[in-house]
Design a protein around this ligand. Structure first.
Ligand code: NAD
Length: 400
């Protein structure tokens, strides 16, 4: 019933999401749709919940394992996917027999509230799904409360690490999916047109406010010659309000996010990176006071610069140039984050070498944003994940 209600209310949910968060309407529908896929998965997890049995382990003794619910579970979610990420959590937790307390982002809780209403309408009994609003204090109370047995967190590495440590100390099972700095390796043998288009969508789509945004392009060898074309293509993206047809890049979520991204661009300049395309303060007709940054590209970026070290979470692409594929792999594996990555190449051998040697959660070959469908789980290396079991897929059934 919840699947049906989400489908029937898709347009309304997307409109609420765009009005509050800013992403374009097609992106907002994508946000809801990716969550709907997890609801479908939750509705069919019967055979993932089977236990184990070994017959006659000793004379006349059989041993079996039951999967049992934990009790009360909680979820803490970020602002950037206010439909999808809550839907990663409560449908799976409830389908596995738990009750759930959801703490949405205080920046955009409205679409999450609407989804909770639809869940009640679908027949979730009173008290099984609960929403609590707030920021730091509420999150700390969730970490400390003795009745809560497990916490799923999605958000920044700083907050996620705090939640992991505090809640683990309180004896809870915790999974934290956290920050990112996702690199794309561009080999000189890649299909140029497809690669540049993929980079544009993955770097600047959703105004760069995606945990799987490609924010660093590592150009290998002669691929460096493609920078002028990358810049020209980026200029063609339409920056406007999320409800305006044809918009590619909507506003950032808040004034604070805008000034943070603008100050990181300043720091990139101060650190000596070359600003190939400056997207600061674009003129956007009808939205004089919007939180807009247009596509921005830095070249000559090195691993010491703040624009490389920090997650910018805006439409800013850093270009790093290297001589070989191995140099690119070494750079990525040394990054403090390891959420997603991709290689663009026509060489099977290069693709295979990359996928074997790279230490990052989600890995794409000619796929810019390799997000798994909900039958699989989502993962991350280094600063991008804490906890053993990921969200959705088979793993979250074990988790909850
Ligand atoms: P955030 O860490 O600021 O907020 C996440 C949650 O923590 C919110 O509910 C917020 O209310 C709460 N919170 C904020 N500050 C807190 C504090 N000091 N103490 C306790 N709780 C606090 O993250 P955000 O800005 O909402 O989201 C963007 C971040 O989320 C990015 O780093 C992005 O990469 C990450 N993210 C990761 C994934 C993933 O799957 N790895 C998916 C989406 C977003």
């Amino acid at each position: 019933k919840l699947q049906q209600l989400i489908r029937e209310n898709m347009k309304e949910l997307a409109a609420l999401l765009t009005a509050e968060q800013g992403k374009t309407l097609p992106d907002a529908e994508g946000d809801v749709f990716r969550g709907l896929e997890v609801v479908e998965h939750a509705a069919s997890i019967g055979n993932l919940q089977l236990g184990e049995l070994a017959n006659n382990v000793a004379n006349g003794v059989d041993t079996y394992t039951l999967n049992q619910p934990l009790g009360v579970c909680a979820g803490i979610t970020p602002f950037n996917f206010p439909a999808m990420i809550p839907l990663w959590m409560f449908p799976m937790a409830i389908a596995t027999g738990n009750t759930f307390i959801l703490k949405p982002s205080e920046q955009d809780p409205i679409v999450t509230m609407r989804l909770a209403e639809l869940a009640l309408e679908a027949g979730v009994p009173p008290g099984v799904l609960n929403v609590i609003h707030g920021g730091e204090d509420v999150v700390n109370a969730i970490c400390d409360h003795p009745d809560i047995k497990a916490i799923s967190f999605v958000g920044s590495t700083k907050v996620g690490t705090h939640v992991y440590n505090r809640a683990s100390l309180a004896g809870k099972r915790v999974q934290c999916m956290m920050g990112a700095k996702n690199h794309a390796i561009v080999m000189p043998d890649a299909n140029k047109e497809q690669t540049l288009n993929a980079l544009l969508g993955a770097a600047f789509g959703a105004a760069g406010q995606r945990c799987m945004a490609l924010s660093v392009a590592v150009l290998v060898g002669d691929a460096q010659k493609w920078i002028p074309e990358l810049v020209e293509k980026s200029k063609t993206l339409k920056v406007s309000g999320g409800t305006e047809p044809g918009t590619d890049v909507g506003p950032l979520v808040s004034c604070a996010a805008l000034s943070r991204v603008e100050s990181l661009i300043e720091r990139g300049l101060a650190d000596g990176a070359k600003l190939e395309l400056d997207g600061r303060k674009p003129q956007v007709a009808g939205y004089d006071k919007g939180n807009f940054v247009a596509p921005t590209i830095f070249s000559g970026v090195s691993a010491q610069m703040s624009i490389y070290r920090e997650e910018i979470f805006g439409p800013v692409l850093c270009v790093v140039s290297v001589k070989t594929l191995d140099e690119a792999i070494e750079l990525i594996n040394a990054n403090p984050n390891g959420n997603g990555t991709a290689i663009f190449t026509r060489s099977g051998a290069a693709a295979r070498h990359f996928k074997e040697e790279i230490d990052v959660g989600q890995v794409g070959v000619n796929v810019p944003i390799p997000v798994p469908v909900p039958l699989f789980s989502f993962t991350g290396s280094r600063g991008s994940k804490l906890g053993d079991l990921g969200p959705y897929g088979k793993q979250v059934v074990q988790f909850y």
